[in-house]
Design a protein around this ligand. Structure first.
Ligand code: ADP
Ligand code: ZN
Ligand code: ZN
Length: 762
């Protein structure tokens, strides 16, 4: 019988924890021992008995089998909160590649002395009726900011000051004037605790109140909603919690389902983690959770200091809260008995960490759920290909919510062919249709959004006459214009000279796309003199609070048209908007990476869905050079299933995730030559190990392929050159094996670990 070995982290408080140690699994523990368990092992020369954590197992002995020691035994009931977090760190290190210290820092909050913070709140001191009458007065006087605050105060006695001036966009002056008129007072207290608590100790929402509220206005869940809750809880009660994907457009009642599943989970004495992309973490969403769970819910977000984060973790560990809401890092909240993880907007890019370890919250959530025996509920209007793929393979269970419960209609969408516009002599960046509709809205005093889809834009070259895009013949992704004047593929490194005539139709109109939001604003003002515009992009949102300022100004109808990049299509609802114009749908479509079609579909679907959220029906115009592209056709039809069917074919043909797994190995160096050399040598190491020839992309029989190296999409940042090569395999385990091989080599050559990073696409 082959031997079985376990990777074990020993004594976390020790400096030398940065590597797991291998121990032999004695026969009596086979079949019982699992990753995540706490064990006792002999350690060091004196064979001191120490606690360790199993982070993985395998048949290969990495050291001298004769000198590898045996595990002494499993520590019964030894799996405490901390133990699970350490096991999780081990799993992250193994699956994403990082040092153990980086992984531990990711999952454990830094111990910090908690600084006392001043916590200010706006409290209503008038009765509800008086507030309502003030509200009516503000409405008549069109004091919109004042009206917004009063509206909130009808529902809530106490509102955190930073919410008032932040998300609500109410100025300090307006608050002062309400204070003068005796409607509110601003209360300051030192807070150690819940940093975004909506109330003070005496006036905060209590769960009883929320119960009452529920009885008052409790909605009947639809049969489709009830079925989801029933199925998820039935699996949970049967001891078989699973992973679920709820596919439903905005307003289809997903959040209501999350709330109910969480409530059911809490009833069973377990806790819940609610993941939300930071940008979608609005006051309204939070309020719904507070109404339901009162003081038993807390929030984790990037504005918390390390001390506050630590404090939140302590509260979770001590059983003071049942629910935490936050972005991906909230996944590491140390609940003693977690029952469910909910992940809203599961497709969002922000769920992937951008620094080592580059973990993805979805897969990590699966592991956290496994360690706790908890369920995992994903939700999205435009599911990631990965998640939807897994519903097709049966790994996840799929639920659909098809109806919008908020009223409002799906907008009418017009797709405009920009090639045709050019042929008909229109050289403006606004198509005839868009000009017409803009004029109509300005005349009717309704609002419009112009969306410039710059996401991931990497300088691709396309023909304005026929729409042809210059692509890599090997990778089927767009080539990008490089500073040396050549066109280059960021996957395989293929390059060719720049062209001056379109290879397909011979037109001279072949070039990169130049227009930015500022230019669009100027052209709009030239076309419609007197139009009031607001601009939102990387430049106009650099300073703190400017993002909220622009949003609230637009919500206050201080502008007719909001022009912006992808920032404007997320999160916020503008009931006054009845027209959305997408100026260059192709920018993200040709972004030079295999997810370009998926991102385009998501962004266009979201953008189009911005129109007609209110009373009035909406319209949207998508301007594109590739009107026949399935991502555009399906977004215009708001048809996810068809999009998925087309996109998964492309992924299968190109061996891109989720059809295959892919590991990006990123190499950084100050000198370009050094980066190339390092990248080449590491790629070669993999090729040699799996018997792959230098230029071959053929299957090695081990189902491993190596592509590149090539300069990264952004080839140089802060004078550090960046190169990348890709390894693809149908088996995830192979990629982990290759990452280990490379890590070992890097260590042996004593390269600095920062010089190489691993990025798993799944
Ligand atoms: P999503 O999270 O999918 O955007 P929500 O759960 O926020 O959807 O629901 C959208 C709106 O519809 C909310 O105002 C919510 O209160 C309401 N709603 C949800 N479920 C129902 C229902 N069964 N009956 C009536 N209204 C509902
Ligand atoms: Zn052409
Ligand atoms: Zn290529």
């Amino acid at each position: 019988m082959t031997e079985l070995y376990a990777d074990i982290i020993v004594d976390v408080s020790h400096e030398k924890l940065d590597r797991p140690f291998q121990y032999r699994v004695p026969e009596r523990l086979r079949g019982t021992l699992e990753a995540g368990m706490c064990v006792e092992v002999p350690f060091g020369n004196g064979n001191r008995r120490m606690k360790g954590y199993v982070i993985g197992m395998g048949e290969e002995c990495k050291f001298d089998p004769g000198r590898t020691k045996d595990i002494l035994g499993i520590v019964q009931n030894g799996v405490g909160v901390e133990d699970r977090m350490i096991a999780l760190a081990g799993w992250i290190r193994k699956n994403y590649g990082s040092t153990m210290i980086q992984a531990l820092k990711t999952v454990l909050p830094a111990k910090q002395s908690v600084k006392k913070l001043e916590h200010r709140t706006v409290q209503r001191i008038m009765g509800k009726e008086e507030i309502i009458s003030l509200l009516g007065e503000s409405r008549r006087k069109k004091q919109v900011a004042r009206e917004r605050l009063l509206q909130e105060l009808v529902e809530q006695e106490t509102i955190p000051y930073e919410w008032v001036t932040g998300k609500l966009g109410v100025s300090a002056q307006t608050v002062r004037s309400l204070e003068k008129s005796g409607a509110v007072r601003v209360v300051s207290r030192m807070s150690l605790r819940n940093p975004v608590n909506l109330g003070g100790a005496s006036s905060g929402l209590k769960p009883e109140e929320s119960e009452r509220q529920r009885d008052d206005g409790r909605m009947m869940l639809s049969p489709a909603q009830q079925r989801i809750i029933r199925d998820v809880m039935a699996d949970f009660d049967a001891g078989k919690p699973g992973t679920y994907l709820i596919h439903g457009i905005t307003g289809s009642g997903k959040t209501e389902v999350y709330l109910q599943i969480i409530a059911e989970t809490i009833k069973r004495g377990r806790q819940a983690i609610m993941l939300i992309p930071e940008i979608a973490l609005t006051y309204q969403t939070l309020l719904r959770f507070y109404r339901r769970f009162g003081d038993r819910v807390s929030v984790m977000n990037s504005t918390l200091s390390p001390g506050e984060k630590y404090d939140q973790c302590q509260r979770a560990k001590n059983g003071e809260i049942d629910v935490i809401i936050g972005p991906r890092s909230a996944l590491f909240t140390p609940f003693p008995n977690l029952g469910v993880i909910v992940m809203d907007e599961e497709h969002e890019g922000s769920y992937k960490s951008e620094s080592a370890p580059k973990y993805h919250a979805r897969e990590t959530a699966e592991e956290v759920a496994r360690l706790h025996g908890a369920g995992l509920v994903l939700g999205s209007a435009t599911p990631s290909l990965e998640a939807y793929f897994r519903t097709q393979t049966g790994e996840y269970k799929l639920f659909q919510l098809k109806e919008r419960l908020t009223g409002g209609h799906l907008p009418t969408v017009y797709t405009v062919d920009l090639r045709q516009e050019l042929r008909e002599g229109n050289r403006s960046i606004f198509s005839v249709k868009l000009q017409e509709l803009l004029a109509d809205r300005l005349q009717k005093k309704e609002q419009s959004i112009l969306f410039l889809n710059r996401r991931g834009y990497a300088g691709f070259i396309s023909c304005r006459s026929c729409g042809h895009v210059m692509k890599c013949p090997h990778c089927d992704v767009s080539l990008s214009e490089h500073k040396n004047g050549r066109l280059i593929c960021h996957y395989c490194g293929y390059s060719e000279p720049k062209v001056s005539l379109c290879p397909k139709c011979g037109s001279r109109y072949i070039s990169g796309f130049k227009a930015g939001t500022q230019q669009i604003e100027e052209k709009l003002q030239a076309m419609f003199p007197g139009v009031r515009t607001l601009r939102m992009d990387g430049d106009t949102t650099k300073t703190k609070g400017s993002y909220e300022e622009i949003l609230s100004a637009f919500a206050n109808r201080e502008a007719d048209v909001l022009i912006g990049t992808q920032m404007i299509v997320k999160g916020h609802d503008f009931p006054g908007v009845t027209l959305v114009g997408v100026l260059a749908a192709d920018l993200s479509l040709s972004a030079g990476d295999y997810r370009a079609g998926e991102r385009t579909f998501q962004l266009l679907t979201q953008a189009v869905g911005r129109a007609g959220r209110g009373r009035l029906p909406g319209e949207a115009v998508i301007q594109t050079y590739q009107p026949e592209h399935y991502a555009i056709v399906c977004a215009a039809d708001q048809d996810y299933e068809n999009f998925y069917r087309e996109e998964i074919l492309y992924r299968e043909l190109g061996d891109y995730p989720p059809a295959a797994h892919m590991l990006a190995v990123q190499i950084f160096a100050r000198e370009e030559g050094r980066a190339v050399e390092l990248a080449e040598s590491l790629a070669e190491l993999v090729r040699t190990k799996y018997g792959i020839t230098r230029n071959g992309t053929e299957d090695s029989g081990e189902s491993v392929r190596v592509i590149g190296p090539a300069p990264a999409a952004i080839g140089r940042i802060n004078d550090i050159f960046r190169f990348v090569f890709y390894v693809k395999s149908s088996k995830y385990g192979k990629l982990v094996e290759i990452k280990d091989l490379l890590e070992e080599n890097i260590e042996k050559r004593q390269l600095r670990t920062e010089a190489v990073q691993f990025d798993f696409a799944v």
